[in-house]
Write a new protein. Structure first.
Length: 159
């Protein structure tokens, strides 16, 4: 059995751009003009722009979220973390990624341990004896009101 996806021809970039150029939707027309500017004048790769538009739509592109996406993916941030953030909070919030992202951890408990350890290292009472046991899972449960964990990536919720 052949699926619809298998039957649909894959457009070349030229055909895809032509389709955008011929669109009568005002947002598509605006996206087309912006696409030409970003690719021809700013040097953004057409394949990346196309992937973004195909994934998130012309409105997200026109609203400027592609540029933020491109800046983040060109930086030292993990693409998986960026995608997890967008999936959880929406592409319209991508400008808040850097404020929200706390890093990648094995789980929330390890994040809680690092957070507390980092804060305590600057305090005079940081000399906790080795025999003291801290429940990092319970600490994470308390922190999870202000943070969320998505596939090992921790995000602060108040951005």
């Amino acid at each position: 059995m052949t699926t619809t996806a298998e039957m649909a021809p894959t457009l070349t970039n030229t055909e895809w751009v032509r389709t955008m150029a011929l669109a009568t939707d005002p947002i598509a027309a605006e996206a087309y003009n912006k696409l030409l500017d970003l690719v021809n004048n700013e040097g953004y790769p057409l394949d990346d722009v196309r992937d973004f538009i195909d994934t998130y739509g012309t409105k997200a592109f026109v609203d400027g979220h592609y540029e933020t996406w491109a800046d983040l993916t060109d930086s030292s941030y993990n693409l998986e973390a960026i995608e997890a953030f967008v999936e959880e909070f929406g592409v319209e919030n991508i400008n808040s990624f850097e404020d929200a992202y706390c890093g990648s951890y094995r789980d929330g408990a390890h994040f809680a341990q690092e957070l507390v350890t980092d804060q305590m290292s600057s305090m005079a009472a940081a000399n906790i004896p080795d025999f003291v046991e801290i429940n990092w899972e319970a600490t994470w449960d308390n922190l999870s009101q202000d943070y969320t964990e998505i596939d090992g990536h921790i995000f602060h919720l108040s951005w």
